[in-house]
Design a protein around this ligand. Structure first.
Ligand code: SF4
Length: 391
């Protein structure tokens, strides 16, 4: 049975500069063509409504404006976008969750005030580190002072729900005190932290440097140590480690992201955005210039779609379930012939010892891919890295 999308994602594909590790759909510009973007997103929405025969304003319970750098929309751009969204969706800004991403150097006090007034009630800041050395190495636009000031500015403006993204697993020769970054996140009083491991994606400057042997990514030891460190420190400070990469104070888990993990339907608009509807995964044209061109010329904005079969759906259900503290029911797990292996995982502390569901511990999350493949009855090449690099 289809329920229709519960969450809406809008991808804003503009950044002033491209970070060295980024392979997201991003156009580099100081002056984003905001009007053209909103017109293209409107065409995207119109197309969804026409193709699905949705005639009313649809009710949703989460929205996430991500990127890219949504803070480059400023106050007016976000107001114009919100106006278009309100023509097609109904949400309650008191009970529903509306997140917008921002970069520290484009989040002014005026933008904070305007966004709050529009109903944005959760802010996600692309901090990555509170230290100048790593920020420069990553190619970020902001420095440590701007990162801290942005968190304080957002709080002073009235945002109660603030996420910060942090990146771990930098090469050994990049000077960085990871524990100090995690401690600073706690001190600043944010309600949510997303910690992602750095990955060297092939099409990025970092990926090319790694290929040429100019950069050596850290081994599994440092990667695992930093991951377990952030998990211990944040749990000690009262956060719940509720998903592989995510930590929240009580009541502050990201409801939007839960839609991705629990199999709910969601809609994505903007270049590269993904949707999941009626058992089908659909994704948009990746590049902003091609997306804009398609929207202006009446060409389809959809680049591809796939309908996973039953075995693939099962693997995905298990993999997504194991990402979270909910885990998966033992009835979903292929235990026959794997009893000894599962017992060994329990003895190693990779899976939680109790209950009627299989749940991974942080140590287990370091092995998520092979464990998920194994319990779903699939073979796996044994590699696993956590999450993605972040905006
Ligand atoms: S990592 Fe984020 S801020 Fe940096 S270029 Fe990519 S989308 Fe923009």
């Amino acid at each position: 049975m289809t329920t229709g999308p519960r969450g809406l994602y809008v991808h804003v594909p503009f950044c002033t500069k491209r970070c060295h590790y980024c392979d997201f759909s991003v156009a580099r510009t100081r002056r984003p063509p905001i009007e053209a973007f909103i017109e293209a997103v409107t065409v995207d929405l119109d197309d969804w409504f026409a193709s699905r025969s949705w005639d009313d304003r649809r009710e949703i319970d989460t929205m996430f404006v991500g990127g890219g750098t949504p803070s480059l929309l400023g106050a007016e751009g976000m107001r114009a976008l919100a106006g278009r969204l309100a023509e097609r969706f109904r949400w309650d800004s008191h009970t529903d969750e509306w997140t917008a991403e921002a970069n520290p150097n484009s989040l002014s006090a005026d933008v904070c005030a305007a966004w709050l007034e529009l109903g944005i009630n959760r802010l996600s800041l692309g901090v990555q580190s509170f230290q100048d050395g790593p920020l420069e190495w990553l190619g970020r636009l902001h420095d440590a002072g701007e990162a801290m000031a942005a968190v304080e500015r957002a709080r002073a403006a009235g945002f109660e729900r603030i996420n910060i993204d942090l990146i771990f697993g930098l090469p050994d020769d990049v000077p960085r005190d990871w524990s100090a970054d995690v401690a600073r996140a706690v001190e600043l009083g944010v309600t949510h932290v997303s910690a992602y491991g750095l990955t060297a994606e092939p099409r990025t400057p970092l990926g090319r440097r790694v290929d040429l042997g100019r950069v050596r990514m850290p081994g599994d030891g440092r990667y695992g140590d930093e991951y377990l460190d952030v998990s211990h420190v944040l749990r000690d400070a009262g956060f719940e480690h509720y998903e592989v990469s995510n930590f929240a104070r009580t009541g502050h888990a990201s409801r939007h992201n839960w839609h991705y993990w629990d199999g709910s339907e969601y809609l994505g608009v903007g270049p590269s955005a993904h949707s999941f509807l009626d058992g089908e995964r659909i994704w948009n044209v990746y590049r902003w210039d091609l997306y804009r061109n398609a929207a202006e010329n009446g060409v389809s904005l959809r680049e591809g779609c796939e309908r996973p079969g039953p075995a693939e759906r099962r693997l995905e259900r298990i993999w997504l379930g194991l990402r979270t503290v909910e885990g998966v029911p033992w009835s979903e797990v292929e235990t026959t012939g794997r009893e000894a292996r599962i017992e060994a995982w329990r003895a190693e502390g990779w899976i939680a010892a109790d209950g009627d569901r299989l749940r991974l511990t942080p140590e287990g999350w370091l092995r998520l891919d092979p464990v998920a493949a194994e319990v779903a009855g699939w073979s796996n090449d044994g590699t696993n890295r956590i999450g993605r690099t972040t905006a």
